[in-house]
Structure formats: structure tokens, C-alpha cells
Design a protein around this ligand. Structure first.
Ligand code: C5P
Length: 396
């Protein structure tokens, strides 16, 4: 998705004057631009200048009278990409330590979009071990760092510390925004096995670990999507930023998936749903007795086929097929009968593929052909699947 909303954070250094050009260039490129300044930044160039260049009010104070009571959250949610330029030593230190004592630092703490930090300051301040440490930590925390250039500084020294030219900053924004290609999209994923109860202590299930579905959820969140993960019982940690909906049986899973279906743009059913369940679930523990025991099974609903039947224009549906024989034939039949746009097929007997592994080897099947993928980590595969779904969505 093309980014639109650029939030520019400005802290107080002489390079503030250069950011006028950045804001102007962004407006000329038809981006929506909003500016937050620190009080110190506003001493260098007045907010009115940025209001004129961005065509939006400029925020400085946390508690401006009569306006939004939570501007830091509203602005953070609005942004598709954030750039802190110039980033002073003080504001970098605040960002790294999670301080939130003014509007700019509070907003930075609430950001979920790609973010760029452009340190610009006196060489000695830049080379101070504290600043060096803080910039390195910011990078580890996910900031894209645009390092300053050499040249003449306002303190009349020559050295490293100048804010790079507007073109460099514009490129950095383009690059960072491309990290979140799924921003604004809703992704619904099912993962793990289901458990079909026989009595209060026993159930029918399978060897699914949930790793593939969880890896897709992680990849989708990293690519900027809003993610809901309907998960059967698994021994995996919840993923930050992903809404997990725990379920047990196939019928629970069906209900949870259907409740979230209309919300979703991409639907990826990676769960290993039990095809059958015991016809009756005994209320008390079944006692052992002489001789054999018969259990009658009834068919579970096919969740994916149900979704395929009511898929709306614009929704992209992906299923999984794990086979032990006739992979291509069986999987293609599922792609078509369940009305999927994409089917990820793997053979349980291929080394590196399957239930408990961290890798997978799959064939990606679309209506117009197959693509055999190499051995990939389950997260890399998640990324590939999501990118393929973006392509399919473009063609719809
Ligand atoms: O079990 P089968 O091989 O048909 O599974 C293929 C796909 O269908 C998988 O994406 C799985 O999550 C889904 N499925 C389902 N409901 C079932 C069985 C499978 O949604 N009852």
C-alpha cells in the first residue's frame, strides 16, 4: 500500500531550518504531512512556517486547550511513517529510554509505523559515548538511522553532524515506508490443531505445532497489518501486537473465524482442523471395561470451504494442504473445490517440511499455475505467502 501520512518530529537544533524544505517537498508530492515540534525547536523556526508548508496545524504542547485530549495517540495512529529530523542528543536519549515528558516524546513511544531518526548536532556531542550508545540502541529498537554528514557546522567547526540534504531524507522515508506494505490491511489466520473431546479427559487431535500459522502472524504484524490469530491449543508464546483468539474444537474455531471473516482482507487457514469428532462427548470419564470399544465419529464442518463459498470481492483466501501422496493432484482439487485464491501444499514426507519443524518446503498453487519454493524458514514462507496475496489482491 502506498503510504500517505507522514509525521515529522522536529527537535531543537539549528538544522530545523532545513526541515522546512523537507516538509515542503513532501507536500508537493501530495503526501499528508503533520508536524510536531519541541518547544526548543519552535525557538529556531516558528510553528507558523510549518503550518503554512504542511497545510496542517503544528502540534507543540501536550495539552492545547479545546483540542484532542490524547494528541500523542491520535498522531501516532495517523502516521504511516515517522521521521525525527533533526534528532538532537536529548530527544534521541529520551526515545531510547522510553521517556514521555512532552508531546513529541510521548508520540514517539506510541508509534507502530516505520520510523526514521536523523541525528544532527555538534561533532563532540555526536561522538560522546552516551550518544553513540543511544544511537546504536535506537537502531536495535527498530529505528532506521540516517547518519549525519561531514561539513561546516553552526559552531564554526568542521566535522560530522550536519543534517543530510532533503533528497536523502525523502529516500529514507520511501525506503522505510516500504517495510510496512500491509499497513491498513486486516489479516485473519488460523493455526494449530483442534481438539475434539471424547470425554472430559480425552480428545482426538493431531501433531500440528501451530508454528507455521504463528510464523505467518508474526510476518504479517511485522509488515504492518492488523492481525487476528485464531489458535487451537499450542505450546507457543503469544505474539506481541497480534490479537490471539484461543479455541479448542473445530466448531469453536469455525465460530471464531466466521465472526472475524467480514473484518478480514486476507484470510489464511493454516490450522490442521480435525475432519471428524466423536458423535457424543461423554459427560463423565469413560470407564474401561472388558472387550473392545466402538466410537462413532461425525464429520466436522469444513471451515475453509464455508469461507470460500461466501468470499467477497477484494478478500483473498489462502488454504493449506498437507498430503502424504499425490500432492499436486489432491492439493489442486482443494484449491478449486474450496474456492481459494492460493493454496500452500506440502508433503509431510519431504525433509524440512511438516509439523514440528522451523522450516517448510512447499508448492504455492494459484489458479494460473504452481510455483515450487525452496526450503524456507516458516517466517520467510509467511512473508512470501503475504506478498503473493498482495499480488492477487492487486489483480482483483
Ligand atoms: O483437511 P484438508 O486437507 O482438507 O485441509 C485443507 C485446508 O482446509 C486447510 O487450510 C485447513 O485449515 C482447512 N480445513 C478446514 N476445516 C476442516 C478441514 C480443513 O478449514 N474441517
Amino acid at each position: 500500500m502506498e503510504y500517505q501520512n507522514v509525521l515529522v518530529g522536529i527537535s531543537g537544533g539549528i538544522a530545523v531550518y532545513k526541515v522546512c524544505d523537507l516538509v515542503s517537498q513532501l507536500s508537493k508530492r501530495n503526501k499528508n504531512v503533520k508536524v510536531i515540534m519541541t518547544e526548543h525547536a519552535a525557538k529556531f523556526v516558528g510553528p507558523v512556517t510549518f503550518e503554512a508548508l504542511s497545510h496542517n496545524p503544528v502540534a507543540v504542547q501536550m495539552f492545547d486547550e479545546g483540542t484532542d485530549p490524547i494528541p500523542h495517540i491520535t498522531l501516532a495512529q495517523w502516521a504511516d511513517v515517522f521521521i525525527l529530523a533533526p534528532a538532537t542528543a536529548n530527544v534521541i536519549a529520551k526515545a531510547v529510554h522510553g521517556m514521555a515528558d512532552d508531546l513529541l516524546s510521548s508520540t514517539m513511544l506510541a508509534l507502530t509505523c516505520p520510523k526514521i531518526m536523523c541525528p544532527a548536532m555538534n561533532t563532540h556531542m555526536l561522538e560522546n559515548p552516551a550518544t553513540v550508545r543511544n544511537i546504536a540502541q535506537a537502531e536495535k529498537d527498530g529505528w532506521n538511522i540516517v547518519m549525519p554528514e561531514y561539513g561546516h557546522l553552526a559552531c564554526m567547526e568542521s566535522g560530522k553532524g550536519r543534517l543530510p540534504k532533503t533528497d536523502v531524507l525523502l529516500d529514507a522515508i520511501e525506503q522505510a515506508a516500504a517495510e510496512h506494505p500491509l499497513k491498513g490491511l486486516h489479516v485473519l489466520i488460523s493455526a494449530g490443531p483442534t481438539q475434539e473431546a471424547l470425554d472430559p479427559v480425552r480428545f482426538l487431535s493431531n501433531h500440528s505445532s501451530g508454528k507455521q500459522g504463528y510464523a505467518i502472524a508474526k510476518a504479517a504484524a511485522r509488515m504492518g497489518a492488523e492481525v487476528r490469530l485464531v489458535s487451537g491449543p499450542v505450546a507457543l508464546d503469544r505474539i506481541d501486537g497480534v490479537q490471539t483468539i484461543p479455541v479448542k474444537s473445530a466448531r469453536d474455531m469455525q465460530q471464531a473465524v466466521e465472526e472475524n471473516f467480514d473484518w478480514a482482507d486476507f484470510i489464511i487457514m493454516a490450522a490442521a482442523v480435525a475432519d471428524y469428532r466423536p458423535k457424543q462427548t461423554a459427560e463423565q470419564k469413560i470407564k474401561k471395561h472388558e472387550g473392545s470399544m466402538m466410537v462413532e465419529f461425525v464429520k466436522n464442518p469444513d471451515i475453509l470451504a464455508g469461507l470460500g463459498a461466501k468470499k467477497k470481492n477484494g478478500q483473498v483466501l489462502c488454504g493449506f494442504a498437507m498430503e502424504t501422496e499425490n500432492l499436486e493432484k489432491n492439493a489442486r482439487a482443494k484449491l478449486e473445490s474450496k474456492n481459494c485464491d492460493l493454496l500452500i501444499a506440502n508433503n509431510l514426507t519431504t525433509p524440512g517440511a511438516g509439523f514440528q519443524t522451523d522450516t517448510n518446503v512447499v508448492t504455492m498453487m494459484k489458479l494460473d499455475g504452481n510455483e515450487q519454493l525452496p526450503l524456507l524458514s516458516k517466517e520467510e514462507l509467511g512473508c512470501r505467502i503475504l506478498k503473493e496475496m498482495m499480488e492477487i489482491r492487486k489483480g482483483k
